[in-house]
Design a protein around this ligand. Structure first.
Ligand code: HEM
Length: 449
């Protein structure tokens, strides 16, 4: 039964947000966990871009499509707080990460962190990524059914240790594996239905994971403060703007968040690209030709723009499978979205994954068609937020170009070393409980060139 979220203030021209709570206690939580896209779809068709529902013990306003998301992401009246929104989902595990800060404090931390993502820095990170990728891919073995997702995850974790951490000398492989599990526990805790530290439960595992990550980073902190290395950890220790620097706690908090923000997002992007390239050999060949045209074995940051087709494939893969399917905020004051009244203290969710599949904005949205991003077509220009895999506004992904470099370097070396095929009818069984991943590991038929 349709009910309204809250009455609009008398005398205003606003209308209340329509919606429904769903099942007693659970609300629409289970539906969300089963298939968020279906939940968004049914709400969009029933109520339009603005509606409310209940999930995970709270009421949430779904703001679907580019227009509604634009109001939140541009945040003109400073009504939407990122920290208060994300705090609910990931706060205890990623506390005081950049995305969890707001307004003036966020701006001053972002200004400092930006120093770690200049083109010059990206060129140096890329110089460290390239040889590590070549070595890792050199160890991949061809096969009839190679599950690339776990291999890519291992690869991006190793890159995180090398490029983010500057290596972890003295740490055994066993401990690194434990660190990997700690990340996974922190990320998965976000959508725990039971949001208390019951031993053995998701929430509890997330808290243990966070503690382990902190201990791990604090061990290496003194060496990174002293060092002056080119890894992200050392850079965060040394960046300075107008005499301001990050404290030890800031560095640890930002590192944990950055590792998390970079890891699963890049992995699923790579895996999705491999899937679509395997299903579309003509695009795989186009990308390979551009990669083979790079005259040296290694590729550097300045050469990456030459991989034009790979850039289109990356954009299309990010559209089809958005690594961050939902972005949340909480209102800090009464506000409005598309003529609907939203009171203070309300959770809101925008849904890049859903927005990218809306046929009002994307012709044949389910079809893999990288050419839609070409200069001649630019279908992403239908609305400035039709394509929003990296979000928008002041919290727009700070690692966007880092991700582009890492993903392209990995694919570049894969294309020069292997050819792969995936059945054109294959549909990946995606787990969407937190960040999306393929339950079957994205199998491909891999042959050496
Ligand atoms: C394909 C890979 C990636 C995707 C799709 C992605 C997506 C996103 C999205 C959607 C946001 C905005 C969240 C919001 O508005 O609440 C975000 C923020 C952020 N991302 Fe990424 N990300 C990726 C890779 C990375 C990498 C590689 C790094 C770091 C090296 C990174 C660091 C961050 C940080 C620090 C923020 C918070 C920015 C802020 O609040 O000012 N991300 N990312």
């Amino acid at each position: 039964m349709t009910r309204t979220l809250a009455p609009a203030p008398t005398g205003s021209e606003l209308t209340p947000v329509p919606g429904d709570g769903g099942l007693p206690l659970l609300g629409h939580g289970l539906e969300y966990l089963r298939d968020p896209m279906r939940l968004w779809e049914s709400r969009y068709r029933r109520y339009g871009p603005v509606s409310w529902f209940r999930a995970f013990g709270t009421r949430v306003v779904a703001l679907l499509g580019p227009e509604a998301s634009e109001v939140v992401l541009t945040n003109r009246d400073k009504a939407f707080a990122s920290g208060d929104g994300w705090q609910f989902l990931i706060g205890p595990f990623f506390e005081r990460g950049l995305m969890l800060l707001d307004f003036d404090e966020h701006m001053s931390h972002r200004r400092l962190m930006q120093q770690a993502f200049t083109s010059d820095r990206l060129a140096r990170y890329s110089a460290a990524i390239d040889p590590a990728v070549r070595t890792a891919i050199g160890q991949w073995q061809p096969g009839e059914r190679v599950e690339v997702y776990p291999d890519l995850k291992k690869l991006t974790l190793n890159l995180a240790v090398e490029v983010f951490m500057g290596g972890a000398p003295g740490t055994s492989q066993q401990r690194l594996d434990q660190i990997n599990s700690s990340f996974i526990d922190c990320v998965q805790a976000a959508t725990a239905l039971v949001r208390y530290p019951v031993p053995g439960g998701r929430w509890h595992r997330g808290l243990v994971g966070r503690r382990r990550l902190e201990e791990f980073l604090r061990e290496y902190l003194p060496a990174r403060r002293a060092g002056g290395g080119d890894d992200l950890f050392s850079v965060l220790c040394s960046v300075e703007v107008d005499g301001e620097r990050f404290s030890d706690d800031d560095v640890v908090n930002h590192m944990i968040f950055l590792l998390m923000a970079a890891h699963d997002t890049s992995t699923i992007t790579l895996s999705t690209m491999m899937q679509y390239l395997g299903q579309h050999p003509e695009w795989q060949e186009r990308c390979r030709e551009e990669s083979l045209a790079i005259p040296t074995d290694s590729i550097d940051y300045d050469q990456l723009p030459r991989l034009r087709s790979l850039d289109l494939v990356m954009k299309e893969s990010l559209r089809l499978v958005s690594p961050v399917p939902t972005i949340v905020r909480k209102t800090v004051k009464d506000t409005e979205v598309m003529g609907h009244f939203i009171p203070a203290e309300t959770m809101v969710a925008i849904a890049p994954y859903f927005t990218h599949h809306l046929d009002e904005y994307w012709p044949d949205p389910e079809v893999f068609d990288p050419g839609r991003f070409s200069e001649e077509r630019r279908e992403d220009k239908t609305h400035r937020l039709a394509w929003q895999p990296f979000g928008g506004g002041v919290h727009k992904c700070i690692g966007m170009h880092f991700a582009g470099a890492e993903v392209k370097i990995v694919l570049h070396h894969l294309l020069r070393t292997f050819r792969w095929e995936v059945d054109p009818d294959y549909r990946a069984p995606m787990d969407m409980k937190s960040l999306p991943f393929p339950r079957d590991g994205h199998p491909v038929r891999l042959t050496r060139l």
